[in-house]
Design a protein around this ligand. Sequence first.
Ligand code: DA2
Length: 259
Amino acid sequence: MCPPAHFKVTYSINPWMDPSKPVDLRLALAQWEDLRDRYRALGHTVEVLEPQPGLPDMVFAANGAIVVDGRVLGARFAHPQRAAEAAIHRAWFRENGWTEVQEPLHINEGEGDFAVTDTWLLAGRGFRSSPLSHPEAQEFFGRPVIGLDLVDPRYYHLDTALSVLGGDEIMYYPPAFSPGSRAVLARLFPDALIAEEADAASLGLNAVSDGLHVLLPQPAAGLFAPLRDRGYEPIGIDLSELLKGGGSVKCATLELRLA
Ligand SMILES: CN(C)C(=N)NCCC[C@H](N)C(=O)O
């Protein structure tokens, strides 16, 4: 995770970002600290990446890499405003003892567009990550990649419209995907939790699950009961300030999947 010390909305690269809307930086920091402390209280280790001035979106650490089986595929950002974040992430991994760290050839925005289930890597395309990043990730991780076409600009990253709950269980919002991708998801995940529009629209699918606890935006209240019915414990998190940048719980969390 990376604290939002320099977070602000001065440019707009997704429909959630409106530079005319003020951001309360102190509140953003307090909300981020609450999320970090929740992870720690649940027994998870949180590594903290040093925020850099001039990179206001660095708080969305999930975009910095994809980490599976202890191997790290770095990011390559679509927009110049975020380009410098990629090298900072790769340097952090190398300095912290990760030996398999690769700079990608093709644009990929890390876990923003890649979700990891037990069997597949689900990979988004359409707004940010290049379709060419999909075979690149498949080759690097040796896991089958399922390409999914995103069609609604509000759901510009895969992790705004789909979340892995555990194993091969997911929740998602079908209208964010092309008809063909919806059919693929229905075929692979017939028992998925299907989100309603109101919950998707509050970025309720931008969630992190440890297989039992599901941390998700507090306003996505419609997801709580179906999650409980499936045996999960939903934990609502208020990240109202980060939402102004177009991200929430998952965007702020890069998961380090060890070998
Ligand atoms: C959903 N994940 C990791 C994200 N969806 N990231 C949020 C990125 C927000 C940033 N302003 C941007 O537009 O890149």
